[in-house]
Design a protein around this ligand. Sequence first.
Ligand SMILES: Cc1cc2nc3c(=O)[nH]c(=O)nc-3n(C[C@H](O)[C@H](O)[C@H](O)COP(=O)(O)OP(=O)(O)OC[C@H]3O[C@@H](n4cnc5c(N)ncnc54)[C@H](O)[C@@H]3O)c2cc1C
Length: 457
Amino acid sequence: MRVTVVLFTADLRLRDNPVLGAALRAAERVVPLFVIDSGIARAGFVTPARAAFLADCLADLDEGLRARGGRLVVRAGDVVGETCRVAAETGATEVHLASGASGYAQRREERLRSALAADGRALRVHDAVTTAVAPGVLVPSGKDHYAVFTPYHRRWSAERLRPVSPAPRRVELPRVRSLPLPGPGDLARGPAPAGLPKGGESEGRRRLAAWLRSGLSGYAVAHDDLAADATSRLSPYLRFGCLSPVEVISRARRAAQAGAGAEAFVRQLAWRDFHHQVLAAVPEAAHRDYRPRHDRWRTDPDELAAWRAGMTGYPVVDAAMRQLAHEGWMHNRARMLVASFLTKTLYHDWREGAGHFEGLLVDADVADNRLNWQWVAGTGNDTRPHRVLNPLVQARRFDPRGEYVRHWVPELAALPGAAVHTPWRLDGPERAALRYPAPIVGLTEGLARFRRARELD
Ligand SMILES: Cc1cc2nc3c(=O)[nH]c(=O)nc-3n(C[C@H](O)[C@H](O)[C@H](O)COP(=O)(O)OP(=O)(O)OC[C@H]3O[C@@H](n4cnc5c(N)ncnc54)[C@H](O)[C@@H]3O)c2cc1C
């Protein structure tokens, strides 16, 4: 009886999972394995938000496997050592794995390949599982990745995606022992954000169906409106692979009545693939400037603390930072403007911001987080690297009635309309009664400092 192992990583789903499909085609018995990887925990990447979400994902995956005659096998420790042990214990000939873009994923793949080969076993790696188009498939002539989004997007849009596959009917396991399913507390210490969504493939599919039915068609018009909250909020489900990007794109494209909404939404998924192909080619970009600008970033612990706490005195920035702390998620427009505020107005190192986001975001992903931070900081792939988002202009444009700010900054809830964006303009007694800080830096001063530092004047 042939046995294979599926090592689940960022592909925690049964539907449209080519890794699981290939393992099932190759053998009569399959071990669906998840390793609680001590390497990822050591790197500090397991936080309360992601631990809670992951625990939901694993419970849901286990339930889905049980409904098909199987179950999830859980081990803990070094991912390579544990996978080899399971393969040896069950006599598996092959291990199947999804490819990943980060340096960590690439090293894991190499280590696994050589450790398995030493035992006479094969590693089979599958592309287009965690992204729709695999890194390296689309390349400009003479280069190993696209550095600019527009030409990448053109090629990406013309690319034929593989067909979407259904969940398997049955999954049969060999005899193999498993740890119990972990709860959030087994994975990380500390409370998860209060507003965290439930994780897992079932919940992801429910949200995807609702989004295609009633959110997608309005996306092109409303996606930047902070208070409308009119984006899909599917990012954590894509991050953990509860949803297949190929399936999400295919279904959005089929929702023909969604027109411009579908096109705009699918374009955002191209951004996701774009960042993954950059990181796969340049894994150091997780830590080093992709395009060095010779920045000598300022360090000011009080300013950094104020930014983190949502106490900068700029209401829209503070609202966004508080949304992050409460939900483990932030609107994309808000991510852009708080990142611009930190790296350009305050002129702090983008790595400080990326690290803070990773501590809280449920969807934190090395490619999407680090390369978006670099994009905003002007050290990455933005073709206009020195643009600065003015938080006041942004606030008036994307929160014109001040509803987003009033929701997240209760100290300002009594201020009417757009006046909420400029509390410092209030008169003496009214201003004094507000328990809200004055701006930590003037926008003109911040801009002049940034332009000097980048030698733009
Ligand atoms: C500084 C900064 C940090 C970010 N960090 C992350 C991160 O760690 N993880 C993450 O998934 N996204 C990140 N993003 C991208 C984006 O903000 C989120 O994907 C988006 O806000 C998620 O909300 P949504 O699912 O409602 O998105 P929607 O607007 O509904 O978009 C659909 C999907 O497209 C993808 N997507 C959208 N925008 C981007 C983008 N700019 N780059 C890459 N993928 C995108 C996401 O998977 C998203 O779920 C970051 C953006 C910035 C500016």
